[in-house]
Design a protein around this ligand. Structure first.
Ligand SMILES: [Zn+2]
Length: 383
């Protein structure tokens, strides 16, 4: 399925209007004009085609309190379009249907039947088909994966799946008949934060995710910063503890070993002499178990050091902490602040730390937002 190209997509400023309404609606024309520095006449010209295609609608009325006619507010109809967002990990795929504002309408999970590409593709295609059957129409599908993804949706490397070079987007399009976009999961997560999350209306912010891996995303000038190395997880190997354990790539005490769930789990399992999972480690720390407290505070201090490094180097307006392991931020709050204090000038502006819910669906919403951006707002849309 391909969408026809709306007439307005070639006009960047019409896109700006659509984005303002999508993010901030319902919103008055005067407010949009002020935010985008447009004249009333230009705004009317740009808005008309958006109303004709049905992407924007007029709702309610705003009476300014001054003499004059009331102006109607602009908004989108969130349920006018639906997207599927998938997070693919080493052992399962989680999928959600979202509306135009990335609100989750439905979610489904499918366990992987092995990691061979044909089996994984079949499982994800079935998940997409099951979800699609429950929504009126799916505009596009986004898939986020922990790894390096080429521009055409080919997974170049995915450590959690042990994949080299799998043309995932094309395979899923062939199986489902839907347009599919595949991207690095942290890039997708960062896009979600930029559009609808803690980075909404911010010009410059950083994202750090903790969980199975340690991810890093950066938005500057209102755009997600990307390079051909996005997806290699470079910041996950930032040195935090020169006496720490070795990671799989041979670094001593890098962020992966100090912060990722397997590192925390291994450190506490070693200390207590039995197998302890990441969530159990956090819970034991909350209850004051001394070894757990020490390991979890060590991870928290490491996270604080990483936050300080990111803030010192990229000068963000906020640092957003996310990922399925982000409960660390609430369990080890004082340790994080101590880690920040060790590596940041006390005269520096306090870092605005935003912690997300840590719900797995946040990854899926990110993938859905990428599909939304590419297929509703993107200039590269093909007919
Ligand atoms: Zn490393």
């Amino acid at each position: 399925m391909r969408l026809s190209t709306p007439r307005w997509v070639s006009e960047g400023t019409a896109l700006d209007v659509a984005v303002q309404v999508l993010i901030n609606g319902p919103i008055s024309r005067a407010d949009i004009a002020r935010r985008l520095h447009l004249s009333a006449g230009t705004l009317t010209r740009l808005t008309q085609p958006l109303l004709e295609t049905g992407l924007l609608v007029e709702v309610g009325e705003l009476v300014s309190g001054q003499v004059g006619r009331p102006s109607r507010l602009l908004d989108v109809v969130p349920t006018s379009r639906h997207f599927i967002g998938i997070k693919l990990t080493g052992d399962h795929a989680l999928g959600v249907i979202t509306d135009l504002r990335a609100n989750v309408v439905r979610s489904e999970r499918a366990d992987l039947d092995g990691r061979e590409p044909p089996a994984v593709i079949a499982t994800v295609a079935r998940l997409i088909t099951t979800l699609a059957a429950s929504a009126p129409a799916i505009t596009a599908v986004g898939v986020g994966i922990g790894g390096l993804v080429g521009s055409g949706g080919t997974v170049i490397s995915a450590p959690f799946l042990g994949w080299p070079d799998v043309d995932l987007a094309a395979a899923l399009e062939a199986e489902t008949g839907l347009p599919v976009l595949v991207a690095n999961d942290v890039t997708a997560f960062t896009e979600y934060e930029r559009w609808f999350g803690g980075g909404r209306n911010l010009d410059r912010f950083a994202v750090i995710t903790v969980g199975a891996g340690v991810g890093y995303g950066l938005v500057a000038g209102g755009e997600v910063v990307e390079s051909e190395d996005s997806g290699l997880g470079l910041v996950g190997h930032w040195l935090l503890d020169p006496f720490g354990p070795l990671c799989a790539e041979g670094h001593r005490g890098c962020a992966q070993t100090v912060l990722a769930s397997a590192g925390v789990s291994a450190a506490l399992s070693g200390a207590l002499g039995r197998e302890i999972g990441y969530d159990e480690a956090l819970t034991l720390a909350e209850h004051g178990e001394p070894s757990a407290r020490s390991v979890v505070d060590g991870a928290g201090r490491g996270l604080g050091q990483l936050v300080a490094a990111v803030a010192n180097l990229t000068m963000p307006q906020a640092v957003i902490l996310g990922g399925e392991g982000v409960r660390l931020a609430s369990v080890a709050g004082p340790a994080i602040q101590a880690g920040i204090a060790e590596h940041r000038n006390p005269r520096a502006t306090p870092i605005e730390l935003v912690t997300t819910s840590g719900d797995d669906s946040e990854w899926c919403r990110g993938a859905a937002v990428l599909a939304l951006v590419a297929h509703v707002l993107g200039p590269e849309e093909k007919s």
